[in-house]
Design a protein. Sequence first.
Length: 363
Amino acid sequence: MKIYATDLDDLALGAVFLATGGGGDPYLPTLIAKQTLEQTGPATLIDAEALSDEAFVVPVGGVGAPTVSLELLPSIDEASRVLDAYVALISKEIDAVASFEIGGGNSLIPLMAAAVRGLPVIDGDGMGRAFPEAQMMSYAISGVKPTPALAMDYAGNTALFDTADTTTYEHHIRSFAAAAGGMVTVAEHPMTGAQLKRSVIPKTVSFSLTLGRLLREKRGPIGDLLPLLREVFADSVYGAVHQIFTGKVSGKSTRTVGGYDIGELSIECFDDPTDVCNITIKNEYLVATAGGKPLAMVPDLIVIVDAETTTPINAERLHFGQRVAVLAVGAPDFYQTPEALAATQPRCFGIDLDYTPLASLVR
């Protein structure tokens, strides 16, 4: 499958929906990716199964606080320079590029890097959404070592990482990102084709394109689009879509701490101002509650959309008075396994809740 510059607005829109509030703002990466593909020609998207088991695959993307992506401007060749430096480091050619996560920015960075080097991009990613920490990737949960890894900041400074485990790596890469202004581009979790096939969340890039096209072509109130969303998600790796709250943003408090955007969001019901949905944020939307009861929680996806257009809204773009709908989507099957839940359920974020599947909460 070819991804053209004209596809990128739809791909980014769908990726923002799946990114649960994080994954980087898509505006600047989309502009840069369009310019890149106009120069290089389309990017090639392939299934993981198309690779040999011996193929060498490297994921690439951005690490840092999403709010910073609105201010710290990336260069047009930053992603490809990271791969160039990585190849020089390991003295081994790359056969394909993969994505960390499906995010507004992080869905586009691998396409740019791969197109410049003439490499294919895997149709899939390491999260099926966005998570704030590296040990939450399906690659890490499946036993893929995160290092050797190479990070580059906006000025071209690089840092090399070789750690014993992914949790240690997350601490070090996040510290470097914070010291570099809040955002860096990284090549990490190198793996074989066989490892990729066991760990990737499949088809998420092409699904982002399909989803984004739907959101653009059928743009309108959530009540009109919800049946269409349920139909398109039924043919995906995700669970069912549910609308769990509607109202206006009545409060938001976030701050950038240690390379993460951390805070709380409140949404007041249109009909009853005492009925409030509270959402915990760590780059992404983690847990939604109302009246002291959970409505949805990680690893299931919490999505906030404009109530009148169903356009998904990243956490850093939310502001007081916006009229929004809160949706929830069942996580891919991989993230329902005990191993994945041990790395991604609410207690992993210091939230005093045991994971309850979305299907049980919406009965």
